[in-house]
Design a protein around this ligand. Structure first.
Ligand SMILES: Nc1ncnc2c1ncn2[C@@H]1O[C@H](COP(=O)(O)OP(=O)(O)OP(=O)(O)O)[C@@H](O)[C@H]1O
Length: 379
């Protein structure tokens, strides 16, 4: 006589121990947090074991929506990186390896997908890239010493190496120009401002250029640079944007300058993406003041390194998680989707070595410094 064995028990016999306990824990988590409808909870319909992860596919009760915090709760409860996706059939991907090792810029793989695509980092699923022609503006948050500036330098180096004749940069380096000063003589660097007064002059100049570009687009019935043969793209990079947040100790004049710069950056994000301007705004402490609302709203790519609290993470990427990133270079890259990556490491010396071929000659430098002096007329 054939004895009847319930399907779940039969399946369990073939599930290795670690997976079995993850699977059991998932069921317990759903029940404990009430992720179900009435007395129905997601039912496991498939398991798929890959090298780096195991996918658990659940059929959810009709009408049950994924909760934004679900991934966070599961990851936390299993102490493993997880990714939750899908609608009626929900995939809970549980990664086997808890750490992604540090890796270097020189190991970035080749890509031929597009001129304005830059590497973000390696996730457990492979390389993540960002396309500035599809998503023009980006914010980067992260507490001190966790990798914001390295990320900015990766982006800058990669863009110059791939588009030396077509890319240009305006840099607001509120660390007193210290971070980007070594690159001031590159032909792609139009100007570096080290304080808010210089930034104001610089942004005025950028704004005038934008107005000219706007008139040209209107006259020629153009609506997006990506649909034109225009090859130039202009990046405005702000390192430590929190410096533009007004404090009580600031004078009225300083506050006015800060608010001018902030409004200009907001306007650039609002209107200049289609004209070929890309804004990258990095800040240590994301708050309503240090990450201005319109910059955030118009930046569809958000990157966050470690942050001190879940609240700061919510400000930076609209959800928890950045408070749990363990090490420098580990970041959450959020567009319509969210992925955790390890950003490639680029040492300053390596960057200087890679870019030194594009330093201006002495004669060219004089011409540039004249152009910079003439900026005073704009004040
Ligand atoms: N992608 C990375 N991989 C490995 N280590 C990294 C990475 N990024 C940064 N680090 C380490 O962290 C240090 C600080 O990085 P970085 O200067 O980018 O920090 P930051 O977030 O800009 O800090 P601050 O706001 O204080 O300037 C680097 O010198 C390096 O040792």
């Amino acid at each position: 006589m054939i004895e009847y064995i319930p399907l779940t028990i039969a399946l369990a016999a073939f599930i290795p121990k670690a997976q079995e306990s993850d699977r059991k824990k998932l069921d317990t988590i759903f029940r404990n947090i009430g992720f179900g409808m009435k007395d129905q909870y997601p039912v496991l319909i498939n398991t798929d074991k890959q090298d780096h992860y195991t996918s658990y596919i659940y059929r959810k009760p009709l009408g049950l929506m994924n909760n934004e915090k679900l991934e966070h709760i599961i990851g936390h409860s299993l102490s493993k990186p997880v990714h939750v996706s899908g609608k009626r059939d929900m995939e809970v991907r549980v990664y086997h390896i808890g750490n992604m090792p540090r890796w270097d810029y020189e190991d970035i793989p080749e890509q031929d997908e597009g001129k304005w695509i830059v590497p973000i980092g390696k996730s457990l699923d492979g390389m993540e890239w960002h396309d500035f022609d599809k998503t023009p503006h980006m914010t980067i948050a992260g507490t001190t010493r966790f990798g914001k500036t390295v990320m900015l330098k990766n982006i800058m180096t990669y863009l110059i190496e791939r588009n030396p004749d077509d890319v240009e940069f305006y840099i607001l380096d509120f660390k007193g120009r210290l971070e980007f000063n070594p690159y001031r003589d590159l032909k792609q660097v139009r100007m570096i401002a080290g304080n808010a007064d210089d930034a104001k002059v610089m942004l005025k100049m950028v704004w005038e250029e934008i107005q000219e570009q706007m008139s040209y687009f209107l006259e020629n019935k153009l609506n997006n640079i990506t649909k034109t043969p225009i090859r130039k793209r202009t990046f405005i990079i702000t390192d430590e944007g929190g410096s533009l947040a007004p404090k009580k100790s600031h004078t009225d004049k300083q506050k006015k300058t800060f608010s001018y710069c902030t409004e200009m950056l907001e306007e650039i994000c609002r209107v200049a993406g289609a004209l070929g301007y890309r804004n990258i705004f990095a800040t240590q402490y994301p708050t309503a003041d240090s990450l201005p609302k319109h910059i955030k709203m118009n930046s569809d790519a958000k990157i966050s390194f470690r942050l001190p609290t879940g609240y700061a993470s919510e400000v930076a990427i609209d959800e928890y998680g950045a408070e749990e990133l363990e090490c420098p270079g580990r970041a959450i890259y959020k567009t319509h989707d969210r992925v955790t990556v390890q950003v490639p490491m680029l040492e300053d010396e390596d960057m200087e070595e890679r870019l030194k071929g594009w330093e201006l000659s002495v004669a060219e430098r004089e011409e540039v410094s004249e152009r910079r002096t003439n900026l005073d007329d704009l004040e």
